[in-house]
Ligand binder design. Sequence first.
Ligand SMILES: *Cc1c(COP(=O)(O)O)cnc(C)c1O
Length: 396
Amino acid sequence: MFGLNPVFIPGPTNIPDRLRNAMNVQTLDHRAPDFVEVFAPVLHDLKKVFRTENGETFIFPSSGTGGWEAAITNTLSPGDRVLIARYGMFSHRWIDMCQRHGLDVQVLECEWGTGAPADRFGEILAADKGHEIRAVLVTHNETATGVLSDVGAVRAAIDAAAHPAMLFVDCVSSLGSMDFRMDAWGVDVAISGSQKGFMLPAGAAVLAVSQKALAAAEDARAHRCYFDFRDMRVANTSGGFPYTPPLNLIYGLRESLDMLFEEGLDNVYARHRRLATGVRKAVDAWGLKLVAKSPDLHSDSVSAIYVPEGFDSNALTDHAYNAYGVSFGIGLGKMAGRAFRIGHLGALTDVMVLSGLATIEMAMKDLDYPIALGAGVAAAQEHFRNTAGDQVRAAA
Ligand SMILES: *Cc1c(COP(=O)(O)O)cnc(C)c1O
């Protein structure tokens, strides 16, 4: 394996050479002044990606799951009620974590393939006259189903109910790939990670926290130590870290932010939309169906695709890997065996996407799927031909 083929899993994503090189650095004393010069601007520039001016950003050495834990343990106390909907494996795991932390978790069961039910949240919040619900938790992009939820609509529902609940959003697989607006949507804790839109290895949980959530952190009684916002803030204020920082990832983040800003965030989102649209055209041409129920729910970072009745999606992803050395996302949870996923986020071009579509077509053909070789590729090619131009070349 020479690592020549891209991965089409929805994270960790392909790491551009520029980022791998940026992380190839000798040890720097994190208590020396040079570290501050690197680190402080990274924290500052992350705010631009979250689109927040009022929030504060944090980096914890952890995968995204640690970011969830930071969000809930810093702001809540055991027994506190939180409202969350389950519509995929990631929302499911966040629910499980909340329960294990002793929160009173009010779960709305939603069909997989749908998103956060803003109207039902609104009804529940309006009925909660005593304001027992302390936080509403939303998985912005449900990576298991390829569903993007409307966080702005959830905010509007909270406001319409005049409810003081905080809003926590998992944007691990959307930040840096799709539009995210912390301040405009009134998000109190936004949680992301280094290994998706930032195009880096896993290892840094990246959070943005509102002043309201920081105030809640003063009163919260959940046990916390490693992920304590207060310790991190005190250390960050003097330019440091409360423990050893993941230095290479911080260098990586510096370069990743530079890449995102050079391309321009809106262009980054447009690129993801274009690539995702090409994939969706291929899915149509194959005669297959997305797990996402309707176009307004389509994710631009990952597509979850049902295999036809009588086929096993795990056999397909196994075969694509074993025969061609290309990884696609497997079906998670309820989707196991029923759907496979094409990750199309991070450092990716139309040319790379075409190679993925061509590969999965070969794998499907090998396994006697009722598709014609080239059908999906041709549909995506048409879309890419019609939307090519300077911006596409510049990002390649
Ligand atoms: C990848 C991902 C996470 C984080 O998972 P880790 O493996 O802990 O980094 C959380 N939520 C969503 C929606 C994700 O896609």
